[in-house]
Design a protein around this ligand. Structure first.
Ligand SMILES: NC(=O)c1ccc[n+]([C@@H]2O[C@H](COP(=O)([O-])OP(=O)(O)OC[C@H]3O[C@@H](n4cnc5c(N)ncnc54)[C@H](O)[C@@H]3O)[C@@H](O)[C@H]2O)c1
Length: 436
């Protein structure tokens, strides 16, 4: 294995969030400030709470990940971002109605101080939203250049060593990959011609990568994984990751489906429904944005179950995903899964899962982990798609010649083995010692 050298995390780490005033973003930011003040704990975050085994089981060596790899410290994070309305983070968090007043009032000053920069936004891509804090430019290239200026200024103003950009903004309409996405040259020409298939999320990604800044996509829309932007990431040696945070129903799905397959139990049908009442729910109620989310949620089962290898067990299973906008629930999403399975001789059985979750509470720790791991990847000289971070995504970006890995526990093993490799340690294979 080649020796990896990781640069130390000197100085401050800037984090620029697209969709700064959203539910996920404000829950992450308020959570971070609460944690820094000792008012709460970072439950759900591997970088802050998980351990990693080093060496043989007999060695009993389980350091915390944050002590094992050289991660930036949460207190060294400086937050900024873009939004389509000019509200500070305190106002936005109040509006998002995720956290209780008690968790916001203790950090009012810290939250009020974080104000957005104006966004690159076009209603064509998110039909249910209107924004009045939006950049103007004669073409998309000019808009991307304005975003690059924002990144430069943010870095200078806050005296930052490094920056990471993360998309926590609304889900854009479904766009299929086509000619304009195929190469950087086509993409740059397309920006000048205002090509419709270049979305705002792609412009943010282009700006970040051009500035040598890692880009993470937390939503399901086509973005940084297009060949044009991967070409740019290669050129500027920048890591990228996406897409669509794996938080609720899909998190459960990627645990149950591998279990069924591991035990060779068959699947006849899987009906997943969601009740969601926040702004994300409004956006996903629109068919264009819903299609983007639906594709992301549907892809998981086929890849895990491999019906082409196991036709008796998984050929033609029925899979349906619904998202219903239901205002009374707010951010407290309710996921229902009805799973029709069969066992020995084909006898039918059922599983019912009712997950009463809090969408943004599940997503916030993922934002923290992804930022810190992407910064680590960049300091370790890693570039392009970071497949070891598939653990965090519903629809993990992957190289074109391989299938994505969806099984949560294989993803976890891959993540931890990558950390071991970054630290020039042998990966753990779980082979019986007799055979080693
Ligand atoms: N558990 C989860 O919450 C979860 C899981 C997976 C994916 N996601 C995705 O994460 C994203 C954020 O979720 P949320 O619940 O915070 O949604 P939200 O609607 O509360 O926040 C999104 C914010 O993005 C802003 N925005 C939209 N387009 C923008 C642009 N072009 N530039 C700048 N800002 C823009 C909106 O004004 C809004 O404030 C959504 O795309 C959602 O689908 C969330």
């Amino acid at each position: 294995m080649k020796k990896v050298t990781v640069k130390n995390p000197e100085g401050k780490l800037g984090v620029l969030i697209v969709g700064l005033g959203g539910a996920v973003s404000t829950t992450f930011i308020a959570g971070l400030h609460n944690i820094l003040k000792g008012y709460g704990k970072p439950f759900g975050s591997l970088t802050q709470m998980a351990t990693i085994r080093i060496g043989e089981r007999t060695e009993n060596n389980f350091p915390f990940i944050k002590d094992y790899v050289s991660l930036s410290k949460p207190e060294d994070i400086v937050i900024g971002g873009w939004e389509i309305r000019n509200n500070n983070c305190y106002e936005a968090a109040k509006e998002a109605k995720v956290l209780e007043s008690i968790d916001l009032d203790s950090i009012v000053r810290e939250m009020e101080r974080i104000e957005p920069m104006s966004a690159v936004f076009d209603k064509y891509y998110v039909k249910r939203l209107d924004g009045d804090f939006v950049k103007r430019g004669k073409n998309k290239k000019e808009l991307a250049e304005q975003l690059r200026d924002d990144i430069k200024k943010f870095k200078e103003l806050n005296n930052l060593e490094r920056v990471v950009v993360i998309w926590c903004a609304s889900t854009e309409i479904f766009i299929s990959e086509n000619e304009v996405h195929k190469s950087l040259a086509n993409f740059e020409k397309g920006m000048l011609e205002n090509n419709e298939d270049i979305s705002p999320s792609m412009l943010y990604a282009y700006a970040a990568l051009s500035e040598g800044v890692p880009f993470i996509n937390g939503a399901p829309n086509l973005s940084v994984e297009i060949p044009a932007l991967l070409e740019l990431a290669e050129k500027t040696s920048v890591p990228v990751a996406g897409k669509d945070f794996k938080t609720g129903q899909t998190l459960i799905k990627t645990v149950i489906a591998p279990m069924l397959k591991a035990r060779m139990l068959g699947l006849e049908g899987w009906f997943s429904t969601n009740l969601l009442g926040n702004k994300d729910g409004v956006v996903l109620d629109e068919p264009g944005s819903f299609k983007t989310k639906e594709e992301s949620k549907l892809s998981v089962l086929n890849t895990i179950l491999q019906p082409e290898l196991y036709p008796d067990l998984y050929k033609d299973f029925y899979h349906k995903v619904r998202i219903n906008y239901y205002p009374p629930r707010g951010d407290n999403k309710e996921g229902w899964d009805n799973i029709d399975i069969f066992g020995w001789l084909g006898y039918p059985m059922q599983l019912k899962v009712n997950f009463l979750c809090k969408d943004s509470i599940l997503a916030a720790p993922l934002v923290l982990d992804l930022i810190l791991f992407m910064d680590l990847a960049q300091r370790a000289g890693m570039k392009g798609i970071q497949e070891w971070l598939s653990f965090y995504f519903k629809s993990p970006n992957h190289s074109p010649n391989i299938i994505p890995e969806h099984d949560l526990f294989i993803q976890q093993m891959k993540l931890k083995n990558t950390l071991r490799t970054i630290m020039n340690e042998e990966p753990i294979t779980h082979i019986d010692t007799d055979l080693e």
